[in-house]
Design a protein around this ligand. Structure first.
Ligand code: LLP
Length: 402
């Protein structure tokens, strides 16, 4: 039986907690993590949940409770992870274009660090020498990912140290006695093709021999999850098999064992999330009907920012006759969630639910138009609990000096 929440459960939560409302299903997170463990059984691998996808402290605690590690993109995320109870040795910090002061702060937290510029690597080497093992993020010049905004490993990308600069990195290691434990890449998000990961492994194995103290190959995140019905995600069992084979071959060839790390965000939390909204108004559109909902790009920006497709269901009238709708927001911008989408007849007051609302949805929300951020609820063992209250007026003034 699929691990999902029913329309009845979601409608009841919308009535109880109001809308717009984010709902996360804990068991789905556990199921995704278990899928990874099963697929990589027998491989020497560690998974670090990319916290940037969703940082509610209760979600982080749950992820820690199931034994998954965590990857952070800022020192604040790392502090949240520690606050949630993660052991520093299970926390990874993959920085991008940050100040050296932020890296020093991460070092004081005792967590794993990946550095992505020669400039910060030099400062790190000069200050810490061989005393603190560190990872370097390389730019592998691989084009991958669902759209250009989320492609990060190509030759024009701002991320990582270009492969072409390896000689300079090696000089730095000699000069400052850096302890390079990890080589890291993250080529993009929503990578369906297992071959892209295989290519990444190949690129890192090609340079690995030049790093005598290397223990870890970190391949980042980016596993694709299905967003549309019938769509296929990354073939995780195939990936697990491939990683196991490649790492075994490397070991056989060089007599040296390396551990694989991954940093999945979407794979762990995308499908656990539901975003419930209420239809405020219906209006005629040219070839459809506008369904204006009580939310907008301030709460779920992915469709407008990346052209992302989220499945929408009318949970108040699931068996209604299909009609075409433009589902639009209530923000003073053109915030279209879906165009000409066939949906069961929508009436004003109906609840619509957006699927795949766990990753990069609440997390990318804002107070734009001075609207309140939604509440968040977590369902665990069949019981729902509020894990973030809906904003109130004072939240809009919080931090302002007046
Ligand atoms: N590791 C690093 C270094 C990353 O930069 C990211 C994502 C991940 C891991 C996790 O990637 P994932 O497994 O979630 O694909 N806001 C965009 C996605 C941006 C991803 C940024 N980096 C979206 O909503 O599609």
């Amino acid at each position: 039986m699929a691990t999902e929440l029913s329309h009845e459960q979601l409608s009841a939560l919308a009535r109880e907690y109001g809308t717009p409302l984010y709902v996360y299903h804990a068991e789905k997170i556990g199921e995704q993590y278990k899928n990874l463990l099963d697929a990589f059984h027998g491989a020497d691998v560690r998974f670090f949940y990319a916290a940037k996808a969703l940082t509610n402290i209760n979600v982080l605690r749950y992820i820690n409770s199931i034994g998954c590690n965590v990857d952070c993109s800022s020192v604040n995320e790392a502090k949240l992870a520690l606050h949630a109870g993660f052991d520093p040795k299970n926390v990874l910090y993959t920085s991008n274009n940050v100040s050296f002061e932020e890296i020093e702060e991460a070092q004081r937290l005792g967590i794993h660090i990946n550095i992505d510029s020669i400039s910060n690597l030099r400062k790190f080497g000069l200050k810490f020498g061989h005393s603190y093992p560190v990872g370097i993020r390389l730019r592998p010049n691989i084009m991958a990912g669902g759209n250009l905004k989320i492609s990060t490993g190509h030759a024009d990308s701002k991320f990582g140290i270009p492969l072409e600069n390896i000689a300079e990195v090696l000089d730095l290691i000699r000069e400052t006695n850096l302890f390079i434990r990890t080589l890291h890449i993250h080529t993009g998000s929503e990578i369906k093709d297992v071959e892209v990961f295989a290519r990444g492994i190949e690129v890192l194995f090609e340079v690995a021999q030049q790093f005598p103290e290397l223990e870890v190959i970190d391949l980042g995140g980016g596993f694709k999850v299905p967003y549309k019905p019938g769509e296929e995600g990354t073939d995780i069992p195939l990936l697990g098999k491939k990683v196991k084979e490649e790492f075994e071959q490397y070991e056989a060839k060089y007599g040296r064992k390396l551990q694989a790390w991954f940093e999945p965000g979407k794979y762990i939390v995308s499908e656990c999330g539901y975003f419930i909204t209420k239809v405020n108004v219906l209006k005629p559109a040219v070839n459809a009907v506008f369904a204006g909902v009580d939310t907008g790009l301030n709460h779920l920006i992915r469709p407008m920012f990346y052209g992302s497709w989220h499945q929408i269901e009318n949970i108040s009238n699931s068996s209604g006759a299909l009609n075409n709708y433009n589902v639009v927001g209530n923000i003073c911008e053109t915030d279209t969630f879906a165009e000409n989408r066939p949906l069961p007849e929508i009436r004003e007051g109906d609840f619509l639910v957006f699927r795949n609302a766990g990753a990069y949805c609440f997390e990318m929300s804002s107070h734009y138009n001075s609207r309140f951020k939604p509440a968040e609820v977590m369902v665990e063992d069949g019981t729902a609990r509020l894990i973030r209250k809906r904003d109130e007026f004072s939240d809009l003034l919080s931090g302002q000096i007046y």
